[in-house]
Design a protein around this ligand. Sequence first.
Ligand code: ADP
Ligand code: MG
Length: 155
Amino acid sequence: MNVSFELADEQATLAFGAQLVACMNDDMRIYLSGDLGAGKTTLTRGVLRGLGYEGAVKSPTYTLVEPYQALAKTLYHFDLYRLGAPEEIEYMGLRDYFDDSAIVLVEWPERGLPLLPRPDLAITIVVADSGRRATLVAESAVGEECLHSLQATFL
Ligand code: ADP
Ligand code: MG
């Protein structure tokens, strides 16, 4: 199953991220693909805003992962852009984060494949006119449910 959403501006990307929270469980895994500047970090910021987190949200380009606590939930935000090889996930102990009961959002998951577990939702963002188009693919039952409820609520 595969659904696209048109995001007219940055606010729409933030609102879409916040809307995702409604259908997320506490160990949801979401992979975010798209070029530099597509809006992966903006979407992540929207998710964190939806969870009530008010602080700064930047791509963890050098640290590769940034942990957040909000609404008694743990969220790990990964940016694997600078990962040299998938094996570094093992060396750097990053694999353990995926075993935690936590929401996990990953920018540049391609860099970590095939050593990453499958996501619940794979989101690809592309530039479309002056905005963005986000295409979501459900890869688990939870992801599928989430897509259905987003389709019904996010217009
Ligand atoms: P990435 O993490 O994919 O490299 P960022 O989220 O850091 O991208 O940056 C995306 C840029 O695009 C920001 O300048 C943001 O304001 C802008 N942006 C985000 N969503 C949209 C949208 N729907 N339409 C137009 N611009 C957007
Ligand atoms: Mg980013």
